[in-house]
Ligand binder design. Sequence first.
Ligand code: 9MR
Length: 727
Amino acid sequence: MEQDPREKIFNGCFNEGTDGWFSDDRTPVSAVDGKLRADVPGGTTNPWEAIIGQNDILLQQGRPYTLSFSASASRPVRVRVRVQPGEPPFDPAPLTQDVDLGPEQSYTFTFTSGLDTDRGQVVFQIGGNSEAWVFDVDDVSLIGGDPLPPYVPDTGPRVRVNQVGYLPSGPKRATVVTDSPEPIPWQVNNSAGVAVAAGASTPRGPDASSGQQVHTVDFSAVTQPGTGYTLSADGETSYPFDISATIYDQLRSDALHFFYIQRSGIAIEDALAPGYARPPGHLGAPPNHGDTSVPCQPGTGDYELDVHGGWYDAGDQGKYVVNGGIATHQLLSQHERTQTVTGANPDPLGDGSLRIPEHGNGVPDILDEARWELEFLLRMQVPADQPLAGMAHHKIHDEKWTGLPLSPDQDGEVRLLHPPSTAATLNLAATAAKGARLYAPFDQDFAARCLTAARTAWTAAQAHPANLASPTDATGGGAYDDDQVTDEFYWAAAELFITTGEQPYLDALRASPYWTGEAFPPDGFSWQQVAAVGRIDLATVPNTLPDADRAAARASVQAAADQYLATARDQAYGMPLTQDEYEWGSNSVILNKLAVIATAFDLTGDQRYRDGVLEGLDYLFGRNALNQSYVTGYGAHHSHNQHSRLYGHQLNPALPAPPAGSIAGGPNTGLEDPKAKRLLLDYTVKPPKRPEPQFCYVDDIQSWSTNEVAINWNSALAWIISFAADQ
Ligand code: 9MR
């Protein structure tokens, strides 16, 4: 059916399953034959005790509306339909209508809105019956008010630069959106408005990831440090930028400070994080039901574990071993790089460098921060006297999804341990093995504890090589499922071998398909594809691999870096991402490819790699189709409404926005949340059309699939910014 431009309901025909609709916990809903079906429980007294509805409905005061739907009931019942405010006390409601249901029938009601809100609700209150029944509803439509204005992002000037700036000795490129078929003149002005360089652009034709006609500009010849430079071309002037050797220094610290603020199980101190102070989350104090004695999911184990601590994963407050694993690895690697690479500066990561409570304990602060998570990962290991001893539980999170915003100490949901998985167990083995060698100079006991846990986990994973996390276990938390764990085996074997030098781990490496196989996926490594991180460590960290094997590992890093650089060269916006790779967390895909390119630079000193990393960063700081810096607090136009229960400023001005240095997930062509769909899909055509890949992003707190924060994304940012700041 053609959508009326004044339509206020999203997915009212249920062509997209139950997307956009909520129900209460006791009323399961599903999309059946293009309708929504609810199995309504019996034994309730009030209509609102069973409920289905949609949030974020735009209602304008004094405007007429028409609500229509078709519905049926498996036996005659009376239900109540309401259009109401989205928050308690849910009154005054512009429409309250009792409806007698039976065989399928269409219903139409008109009303005038007394409310002015973009957070209205349409609800079907279907409780109040002693016996269970089945409710079917379809073609839900609310027409009225003014047509929804099409969402037009603020893309600023058509001249796109790195809004933070450029290193004096680094490449300096920009992208100009213009239809001109011929080169156009450009000019760089300093802050006094004096022209310091000029030239002509290079036409690049149509750009596949943005759908735009673009030119590139190269002003690398400008090397004089200064603030407030601008680039002008085609009658437009870019946002200002700096040229400075220190542009990434503060971000090196901020990107890591994010982890302190995401900590679970500790009070966040205002003195360390002004504006972010909060009581400890999930330490067993009511209303929390976690995380000090957390039971297993029903039917999966008869014990409880103390799994307090660690970092909250993202905008949710779950804790997932596979994502905690890669994030911990990247922090540990950031530290380890300072020990293996000449020119990598340990001081900005050392004791006293970060804003954390462990100052002055003689341990590099970055190791203190990583240990906060590593201790949690160790707690997730199944005790020796239980079935699957030595494995790691896949995750712990709320039984049901919680709303936004939510301070973790106020979370009243039951939290459960989800079954152990091979992938989680190998993440524990890999990170604990790496921790064993890195903490040894500072805390022998902890290092020994790590190594024992890593060995135990490795043995347990070998005994249970195919315990896969369920892809459907995604209520109240993410699934983080992975049906391929040979890469996790390879990574864990690599870390255990590097730390111990023992033959069985080398044998396991040799037996792995990754020993000679491609470890670097075309779309970069990730929490799910981890062979690359094992390979990078074999190539960079001192170990006892035979020389030829070590040389092969190094050559493979370089070959992957060459491939990623070739991708970047094809992009008029300069980043190593093809138009098909704008997936969930696409910014981290770029960052992780940049880490491979950076490692090639560390190994070879070849400037092409260093320049490729720096140019790739330009995209993340504003040289892109949206003119958007994806890092909070950095650049003239930066993301600041990321999806998070902690940083709820967009919903409640009394709450903080994400802290400076938080990176957003980035454009995602899947548009996997209702907000992104409603704003970005063009419903005037069938099937609804999404914008070009680079435009599949919205800086809105409700768009979790394009605009969330996450520990594995900030760990990727922190690693690469440390590299860039070292240059
Ligand atoms: O980063 C994850 C991405 O690769 C997946 O496609 C997506 C959907 O399963 O989940 C992402 O991870 C989210 C997790 O499931 C729950 N916490 C927030 C994570 C970041 O969005």
